[in-house]
Design a protein around this ligand. Sequence first.
Ligand code: ADP
Length: 496
Amino acid sequence: MKNSPQAVQVLVVDDEQDIRDGSERILSRMGCRVFKAGRGEEGLDILSREPINIVLLDLKMPGMDGMEVLSRIKSRDKEILVIVITGFATVETAIEAMKQGAYDFISKPFEPDQLRIVINRARDKIRLTQDTEKLMAERKRTLTDLGTEKSRIHTIVESLPVGLGVTNTSGQVVLMNPSFRRRLGLDPDREPGESISAYVDNAEFCNLVMEISRGVSMDSSEARTCEFLLPDENYLMARGRPVLGEDNMCLGAVINLVDISAIKVLDRLKSEFVAKVSHELRSPLSTIHEQLALVIRDMTDDEAGQDQYILSRAKEKTQGLISLIGDLLDLSRIEAGNICQEPRPVQIDKLLSSIVDFIGAKARSKQQILDLHLPSVALPPVTADPVAIESIFGNLITNAIHYTQDGGKIRVTATAEKDGLCVSISDNGFGIEAKHLENIFKRFYRVKNEKTRFITGTGLGLPIVKGLLDELGGSVKVDSTVGKGSAFTVFLPMGG
Ligand code: ADP
């Protein structure tokens, strides 16, 4: 329930009893709380005790006169509204009283309605003053809150353990916290204000920040990332997002920096461990595989049947493990930079022909058509390690065969471009859902669905392709539509 507004308190100071009592009757009916005084001194006494809002003050009184009372009231509290009561003959005095700070006046004798009008006017004025005061207090509080909030956010940003930097649309740093400076090895007093490239000597990082700042990548839901090495051998991971203002306008970029040096060391140790274990397992597994093949081959017809089935399954499984180990060793070599060590001119058209010939048997066993389309003029050679090139296209063509239904089509096309060669491997197979596309180049990532469930694989083929192409300075991109097929396009730079 809403509280009723507090009653206005009115003090009537008049030496005439009739005026005091008559006024009290009218004012009480108007909902006012009324106090009465027959003399000025008595009125001032009440004022010192009660929170009076309005004083109805007779100017002509015995003892202390109205003007004196008015001046005392005003010197005590300017907010009290004084309405002076004047006789016909004392209009000048009324004007004088107004000059001294009286709010209004009413002439004697007055009708009840006249009193109601002046009191109502005074009450409106009080209400307005109170509303204004309330609004001012509210505004002051909001500003104080804002100020507190701002300094709180500032303190939080300053003490964040991750490096945080903000740029404007020109890529100038407008804010950086102490961790940001520390991560980049900057002076603790280094001020923002310069372009990002003045603080970080790394082209990839600076390009990323510039692109996000200029609004090239407007998707604020996904952070763009880049890893880079500082001269002090520290590895940093940067994540950047656009700062979007009203109407989705890009206002700049927010960048966060995390030190990932320890993760990198762990990663290297893990790779070394995997390489070592894989190496140790490869020989015994190959021996088991060969022995199983011999046993199966030498089985007599009597022994064949259930036993042969079990041994064949065991042989298949060891073959799977040998492939996995081979892939893991390839990845370790790529990570250690031990691949592409002997670059020489490679005739891609010849190499593609021999790969297609070799893998063609697999496609034929699935009644698939595997075509190779080469330009009529011989392609210029690329300088690269032939084993690496063989691995790239071997993986991509094998994938196309695996992930295309029986009777499907696979087409390999090679063309010469301005600074390199383009090789596309397209199929009309199962295709890949868009949500998986950015993950299929991650290690062990395999798309599992009704179509691919029974296809064995390691999830390491595409990471090997990507790793090798990174080493060669090339790239791979994929277009795919579920149910229609996929196209993997490889770019190989001429220089290798
Ligand atoms: P693997 O083939 O051993 O599973 P890859 O790294 O070579 O591992 O491929 C990762 C995943 O990408 C596969 O599991 C498959 O789901 C998908 N994929 C790769 N190539 C194709 C293709 N041509 N068509 C459809 N899906 C593909």
